[in-house]
Design a protein around this ligand. Structure first.
Ligand code: SF4
Length: 240
């Protein structure tokens, strides 16, 4: 295996921290970072061959709405409200005409429900007005829609359209990228820019799933389970 770990002495090694991702020491060269990234991806792909988007959806519209609802909320919770949401308003046209109060009632348990209701109705109206009721399959058209930032656009493009336009950087991807020492950036767009050259473009959408799955199952924000982690011999943040 071509990856060397270059561990710092235990006393100086940063411990993984919960809230904000603390960048680990970066591998010394770009080539070393690339080798580390490649090995991480190889191992995670082997460990999680079925990694996929955990937001239930049947089409691009449902995925876009579910992703908006997933802000500050678990996918599991979102999946509990979307069946009723899409039963009552299955299309952009129907959601565009719905009562805001009724939307709020259905999505209340996802938190920030007033803003989210406005966002998803604004999104539905923009889709009807500007895109004939369809979700556009283009980054520049998506990111100007209400409630849709680059992260949501990447989720939709990668999972509903099979396009690798970028890397989804959510809290898990940001935290793991920092712990791996792949970037010292803290802004999501800058993290994405740092990750893109380290991984083959055709794997970007799947890469996000792998990192998110590992973050949820092993590399927890507060209590990373380094002792059980399949990356603990190459991860510069491992605490064993
Ligand atoms: S060894 Fe694994 S669990 Fe520990 S910080 Fe690294 S990736 Fe996370």
């Amino acid at each position: 295996m071509a990856v060397s770990r270059h561990p710092a002495p235990a006393s100086r090694r940063p411990s993984p921290d919960a809230a904000a991702p603390k960048p680990a020491p970066r591998p010394r060269s770009a080539a070393a970072r690339l080798a580390l990234a490649t090995e991480i991806q190889r191992r995670l792909a082997e460990a999680y061959p079925d990694a996929h988007c955990e937001l239930d959806h049947r089409n691009a519209f449902e995925l876009a709405v579910a992703t908006v609802l997933s802000a500050q909320c678990t996918d599991k919770r979102v999946n509990m409200v979307t069946p009723e949401l899409f039963r009552r308003w299955p299309t952009p046209a129907t959601l565009a005409e719905a009562s805001l109060e009724e939307i709020e009632d259905v999505i209340r348990s996802t938190g920030f429900y007033r803003n989210k209701a406005k966002s998803i109705q604004g999104l539905a109206r923009a889709l009807v007005t500007d895109h004939g009721g369809e979700v556009p399959a283009a980054m520049d058209a998506l990111v100007v829609l209400p409630g849709i930032g680059r992260k949501t656009a990447n989720v939709v493009l990668g999972n509903a359209f099979g396009m690798n336009e970028g890397v989804v950087v959510d809290t898990h991807v940001a935290r793991l990228s920092a712990r791996f020492g792949l970037t010292r950036e803290t802004d999501a767009v800058r993290i994405e820019r740092a990750l893109m050259p380290l991984f083959a473009r055709e794997t970007w959408a799947q890469l996000s799933h792998l990192l998110i799955w590992h973050g949820r199952r092993v590399c927890d924000a507060r209590r990373p389970r380094c002792g059980d982690c399949l990356l603990n011999d190459i991860c510069p943040s491992a605490t064993l």
